[in-house]
Design a binder for this molecule. Sequence first.
Ligand code: AKG
Length: 260
Amino acid sequence: MKWKVGCIQMDIIFGEPKRNMELAEKWFEKAASEKCTVVVLPELWTTGYDLTRLDEIAHEKGEEIIQFLQQQAKKHEIHIIGGSVANQTADGVLNTMYVVDKEGRLVHEYSKLHLFQLMDEHLYLKAGQDETLFMIEGEGAASFICYDIRFPEWMRKPILKGAKMMFVVAEWPEPRLDHWQTLLRARAIENQSYVIACNRSGQDKNNKFAGHSMIIDPWGAVIAEGSDHEELVIGEVDLDEIDSIRNRIPVFDDRRPESY
Ligand SMILES: O=C(O)CCC(=O)C(=O)O
């Protein structure tokens, strides 16, 4: 099955949820006009890293954002991997991804497990505990947020349960662009799976972000890679490729989990 996927490499406006929602709306129009099947937003796309104002700008139980994504998904008949947003819960603020299918159903929620201390996440955010595996049009997929890609054991888990595509949403800083590119290719190769990784572009007062959203096939070839500017990065994913690559080098048959 072939899918056209689009990564919205948004230049997020710092601490301005309403303006970022307007911006996202324009990019959804563009993705629909390009006939994308799936569209992906970056990490914390409504607020950026405005962590000190989360009391004011985090979304109460994500409700407003879930409704917005549902309405956009139905309008454009497109599956939305909704980046992540600051989600105010009774236990604290989570960094949560919502996935909405093209009928407007909320099919998955994932809150970032690994908090990135270098950007003070542990001071303002609470770690999630969710499952990463979800289904979209009957196909297995998995959700990850930024720093998660440094933890291969975490990314392997949903693959062993049937995921064929790993969606990564990020605000990855430009000074470590080479880590971003290398880690994503490694995750695709070792898991013999597609990686669809959407990173933001632009900068805030502390960081310049890398852009370079990437769509990588299960052999590790880069199908599409963004520039460092705001843009929609589009690539075609052919899920039938996965079986042929897994048959060529049968990594999953050759694993020796009893030894590790
Ligand atoms: O691991 C890194 O170098 C970047 C991670 C990051 O920026 C994040 O998780 O928000």
